[in-house]
Design a binder for this molecule. Structure first.
Ligand code: SF4
Ligand code: SF4
Length: 381
């Protein structure tokens, strides 16, 4: 059984790493795993090891949208040293894996290190015995072919969920446009969506998670926020515990993060610092000052879905198209779960009456043309 549900403390390692210089990253990643007992505790000779970075879209590493290639190559090295057979997989939100891997530097890692890239394009229906609500999931077939899963998220803000950290990165196991269906099902009820993400996490249960927080993203993430240097790597087994520690590091009350709040309610993972054994860097010294949250961090998501569209439009933040940046690529139209975006007279138009505020359009727009507009009542409040 994964230690996240055991009664003993969850271990979370924090290691400083100033930049993405390859050897420095390797040493820092290795140190973080050594603090957890060493890579040999996770991988046996001959294990097929699936590395799951965040490969949201085809942006260069400096944009801080995706897990940095030097983190991925460091983990590939560690896995090989332990006798494992690594491969790298994901299901990008925009564009195929080949194109995204090229842009993000992951293809170079795969070519140089002789590691297979696996596109999550085939789904299998899997029973989720540990799930609290969701007892079955359709997930990438690659999940079944792996002996060990290593989760490699990127530390970023998220306009819908506030932050996208370790638990959320497992959403990549949902294949392609099936993600949009989950967004639609979750609607404006982010707590429901958080519960789904936790149930999915209980299914995937990566054996090891290493968070790329060397340069994270603040502001209106996860696709178009601002890179923020933090110089940190976090590692652990319990994704909820790592997310809790990251909140402390950023000075964000963990109850503001829907996933952690739902985890606390359901007793999934460790959500209190007193239940977590911190290893490595002193938490106080690791703290990041003035971390900028998305504009959506308002009271919008706390209103029940039964409230009228008037209240929804005046209180909640909403997506807004900057037509000077828009290239009419249709990515947002194709990925909008409620099909509320249409091209009218050559311009993208959003029907706010049916918009569920999932911010997939803002997350996936390759041009950064979808901004976030706060509701006027929210501004006053
Ligand atoms: S808003 Fe962005 S995603 Fe939508 S059509 Fe314009 S450029 Fe493409
Ligand atoms: S317009 Fe954007 S925020 Fe609204 S439902 Fe569509 S993708 Fe989600």
């Amino acid at each position: 059984m994964n230690s996240m549900v055991a009664s003993c403390k969850s271990k979370v390692a924090i290691v400083k790493c100033e930049d993405y210089q390859e050897e420095k990253v390797y040493e820092a990643v290795r140190e973080s795993v050594d603090l957890l007992g060493g890579i040999g505790g996770f991988i046996r000779d001959g294990d097929r090891v699936l590395l799951k970075p965040n490969l949201l879209s085809g942006k260069t590493p400096e944009k801080a949208v995706t897990t940095h290639p030097s983190i991925v190559s460091a983990v590939v090295r560690l896995v090989k040293e332990a006798g494992g057979i690594p491969c790298i997989g994901d299901s990008p939100g925009v564009g195929g894996l080949k194109r995204v891997a090229e842009k993000t530097g992951i293809k170079e890692v795969s070519d140089i290190m002789g590691v297979k890239l696996i596109e999550f394009d085939e789904a299998v229906d899997v029973e989720n015995k540990r799930g609290h609500i969701f007892k079955r999931f359709e997930v990438a077939k690659a999940f079944l072919g792996a002996d060990v899963i290593i989760n490699l998220p990127k530390l970023k803000t998220h306009s819908q969920m506030l932050l996208t950290l370790c638990v959320k990165n497992n959403f990549g196991f949902v294949v392609g446009n099936r993600k949009a269906k989950w967004h639609l099902k979750a609607g404006i009820d982010v707590n429901f969506f958080a519960q789904m993400l936790l149930d999915l996490y209980l299914l995937i249960q990566p054996q090891l998670t290493i968070m790329d927080g060397i340069v994270g993203m603040e502001g209106d993430g996860p696709g178009n926020g601002d890179p923020r240097k933090m110089g940190l790597i976090f590692a652990g087994i319990d994704c909820v515990a790592i997310d809790t520690v990251i909140c402390q590091t950023l000075g964000i009350p963990s109850d503001d993060v829907y996933i952690i709040r739902a985890a606390r309610q359901k007793g999934i993972g460790k959500t209190e610092l007193k239940e977590i054994e911190l290893l490595g860097e002193d938490l106080e010294k690791a703290k990041i000052r003035d971390f900028k949250l998305p504009k959506t961090h308002d009271i919008g998501f706390h209103i029940p879905r039964v409230l009228s569209n008037f209240i929804k439009n005046t209180v909640t933040s909403k997506p807004s198209i900057d037509h000077t940046k828009c290239r009419s690529c249709q990515v947002c139209v194709d990925s909008c779960p409620s099909q509320t975006m249409k091209t009218i007279n050559g311009k993208i138009n959003i029907d706010y009456k049916t918009c569920i505020r999932c911010f997939c359009c803002q997350e996936l727009c390759p041009e950064g043309a979808v901004g976030i507009k706060r509701g006027w009542l929210s501004d006053i409040l």
